[in-house]
Write a protein that binds this ligand. Structure first.
Ligand SMILES: NC(=O)c1ccc[n+]([C@@H]2O[C@H](COP(=O)([O-])OP(=O)(O)OC[C@H]3O[C@@H](n4cnc5c(N)ncnc54)[C@H](O)[C@@H]3O)[C@@H](O)[C@H]2O)c1
Length: 317
C-alpha cells in the first residue's frame, strides 16, 4: 500500500475555462512517485493517507494515479430532490434512500404526503430532512441549500423534479399562466442548480439530473408553457454539462412520457384512455421506473453527461 506524502491543486487558466487537477507525491516500498489524483477525492485527502498507485493511459501518455483507500465519509451521500413529497419525486427520493443516500426532501410546503415520504426514508435507516422552499424563488432556494449543507454537510446529487402544468390553448392562456409554469419548471431548475453548484465544485464533483418531459419534443397541444419550459430545461442541461464537466459535475435530463401520478390522473378519463392506447407498451409508466433511471444516472453513468434520456415506452420515438 502506498502513502501520500504531499499534494497540491493545480489550476491552469486557458480561456474561457479553468482546468484544475491534483498532483502529488506518493511513496511505495521506499520509492517516491509523482502522481495525479482524481479531483473527486479533494475533500477527503490527508497527508499520510494510504492508497494504491495505478497507471492510466491518457491523451498525454501513461500517467500514474493515486487512489486513496476507501474514505470514510462523515454521514452518507446526500441527495436533494425537489418536489419530492409525492409522485415521481417521492419515488426518486425513496430509490436513492434505498441505495444509501440521506435525503433532503424539498417541496413547496409541508404536507401529509411529504411527512409520509420522510417516514418511509427514515424507516430505511437513512436521514431525511424536509427542505421547504418554492423553487421559483431564488432567495428561498438559497436558504434551503444553505440549511441542507449545514445539516448534512454536502450535496452529492441534485434532482430538479418539481414541476407544475396549467394547460390551455395559447389563445386562452393568460400571461400569468405562461409565466407561472416557466417560473417553476425552468427558473426553478436554474435556481436550484445555481445554489448547489458552488458546493459541488468545492466537494470535487456531483451529479445533477433534471426532469424534463416528452412534451419538450412532441409539441403537446394545450401545453405551450409547459413544453417551452421543459425544452428550456434540456438546453440548460447541455450548457451545465459543458461548463462544469471540468469540476467532475455530470448533468443530464430525463424526459418521462405518461407516468401514473396526480399530474396524469387529472387528464379526463376519455383523453387518458386514448393517449394510453397509442403507447406501444399499452400502459402508463410507474414513478418507480423513472426513479431507477435517475438512480442509474446518479450512481453509475460515469461517461454520460449533457444527454436527454427518454423514458416513455416508445410513445415518442
Ligand atoms: N407524470 C408524468 O406523466 C410526467 C411526464 C413528464 C414529466 N413529468 C415531470 O415530472 C416531475 C414530477 O411530476 P409528477 O407527475 O410527480 O407531479 P406531481 O404533481 O405528482 O408532483 C409534483 C411535486 O412538485 C411540487 N411542487 C410544485 N411546485 C413547486 C414549487 N414551486 N416548489 C417546490 N415544489 C413544488 C408539488 O407540491 C408536488 O409534490 C415534474 O417536473 C413533471 O413535469 C411528469
Amino acid at each position: 500500500m502506498a502513502k501520500l506524502l504531499a499534494y497540491s491543486l493545480v489550476s491552469i487558466v486557458p480561456p474561457p475555462f479553468k482546468t484544475e487537477y491534483i498532483v502529488g507525491i506518493a511513496e511505495d516500498d521506499g520509492v517516491r512517485t509523482p502522481v495525479r489524483i482524481d479531483r473527486s477525492h479533494l475533500k477527503n485527502l490527508k497527508i499520510g493517507m494510504s492508497g494504491t498507485i495505478t497507471t492510466r493511459e491518457t491523451d498525454q501518455g501513461e500517467i500514474k494515479y493515486f487512489t486513496p483507500e476507501e474514505v470514510k465519509l462523515e454521514g452518507g451521500k446526500v441527495a436533494l430532490v425537489t418536489g419530492a413529497a409525492r409522485g415521481i419525486g417521492r419515488a426518486i427520493a425513496i430509490e436513492l434512500a434505498e441505495r444509501g443516500y440521506d435525503i433532503a426532501l424539498n417541496d413547496i410546503e409541508t404536507s401529509t404526503d411529504g411527512e409520509e415520504t420522510i417516514k418511509e426514508i427514515q424507516s430505511l435507516g437513512r436521514r431525511a430532512l424536509f427542505a421547504v422552499a418554492d423553487v421559483s424563488s431564488y432567495s428561498d432556494v438559497q436558504k434551503m441549500v444553505n440549511m441542507v449543507v449545514e445539516k448534512f454537510g454536502r450535496i452529492d446529487v441534485l434532482v430538479n423534479n418539481a414541476g407544475i402544468n396549467i394547460d390551455r390553448l395559447v389563445t386562452n392562456m393568460s400571461p400569468l399562466e405562461w409565466q407561472k409554469v416557466i417560473d417553476v419548471n425552468l427558473t426553478g431548475v436554474f435556481n436550484c442548480t445555481k445554489a448547489v453548484l458552488p458546493h459541488m465544485i468545492a466537494a470535487g464533483g456531483g451529479r445533477i439530473i433534471n426532469i424534463s418531459s416528452q412534451g419538450a419534443l412532441d409539441g403537446p397541444v394545450g401545453q405551450a408553457n409547459y413544453a417551452a419550459a421543459k425544452g428550456g430545461v434540456v438546453s440548460f442541461t447541455k450548457v451545465i454539462a459543458r461548463e462544469y464537466a471540468q469540476y467532475n459535475i455530470l448533468c443530464n435530463a430525463v424526459a418521462p412520457g405518461c407516468i401514473r401520478t396526480r399530474m396524469t390522473d387529472s387528464i379526463p378519463p376519455g383523453q387518458l384512455r386514448e393517449r394510453v392506447s397509442k403507447i406501444p407498451l399499452g400502459r402508463r409508466g410507474e414513478p418507480g421506473e423513472v426513479a431507477k433511471l435517475v438512480a442509474f444516472l446518479a450512481e453509475d453513468g460515469t461517461y454520460i453527461t449533457g444527454q436527454l434520456i427518454l423514458i416513455n415506452a416508445g410513445e415518442y420515438i
